[in-house]
Design a protein around this ligand. Sequence first.
Ligand code: SF4
Ligand code: SF4
Length: 409
Amino acid sequence: MSAPGRSQAHMPARDRAKGSPVSRPGPPLWLLAELTYRCPLHCVFCYNPVDFATQSSELSTDEWLRVLREGRELGAVQCGFSGGEPLLRDDLETLVAEAHRLGYYTNLLTSGVGLTAERAAALEAAGLDHVQLSFQDSTREVNDFLSHTKTFELKSRVARLIKEQGWPMVMNVVIHRLNIDHIDRIIAMAAELGAEYLELANTQYYSWAYVNRAQLLPTHEQLRRAESLTDAWRARLEGRMKIFFVAPDYHEGRAKKCVNGWGSVFLNVAPDGTALPCHTAKMLPGLEFPNVREHSLRHAWYESEGFNRYRGTGWMKEPCSTCEHKERDLGGCRCQAYLLTQDAEAADPVCEKSPHHGLVVQAVATAERGAAEHPLVFRDPVSSRRLGACAQAELATQVDNETGAIATR
Ligand code: SF4
Ligand code: SF4
């Protein structure tokens, strides 16, 4: 099935839906290299595709080296190495060294598994600038339950190792119903471990988090309390640790400017080489994204249908097309619109003006009544193959909005 406007796919940097020219996009600033979908953890909110187990192809070292060079030539200045768990790639040090030589600011996004003292020293020597370490919670019980691994002690050791290497550390904790009441202890833990930045990332409901949405959505009262405690800690830790509280868009009634604008600053390369404007965009039907094995990053960024389709505002329909806020949020997230309405051009349903906003209101109301009783689905290959048998569109329609239950085949 073709997406609307696809026939004009190769009209770059144009406002295709209305036919009026828009200015040529600037270069990407961020290159995110998703080196692998392999990961020893099984997080219930994982942002990797639900069908990751069916996608085993990975770019070779030489192919990644070319991607890094092309990204820098395009103008990207920051390079994140992510996954899955990027430390599962034996060539990580080689890739970091090349990224450093090319002049990127380099960032490793890791669960900590595999970061031994030897590898930390090698990555430091390769020029790694920055590490983002994820925790699932401040308690061993919840951390280990949510990741289905015994990794809490290991992560604490890795946090100390990161500090010993002299790297600035971002601690990232995905926040949801099952850990939000620990926010006080989470912030205290980050301060004790010497994090310079703490990202309290309210769950965004895509991929595995969408599958588990009914168990993960917090209540208004939980969020209110968490924000107030975070504000108090911000004042106490001023000058020592910066705390980011990523907005919980289901509760806000306002759409976010997703990835700061489609094809605007963010260039993601998936493990198999697919170039994407965000890591979930591959779910959108009828859109073609180029693979770096066949196309240059320059082609992907400036010429490809996938990157041009939702740039700017010309693709919009009502209510976004005549909305006074359309430049502010660019209509919100295309993946969220598609996941909830099966229409990637719809206004993001988290927006109060969306005709589909009732879907989000209903999901939040269900959360207010209490978490769903059916079991969490952990990110593992068996569940991935089971869920991957449903196309994303079918998956979306099979989530029962009243109970949050997900039907699978
Ligand atoms: S969210 Fe968890 S399971 Fe997913 S890649 Fe990160 S550490 Fe691995
Ligand atoms: S209607 Fe569209 S452009 Fe207006 S605020 Fe909502 S999502 Fe943003």
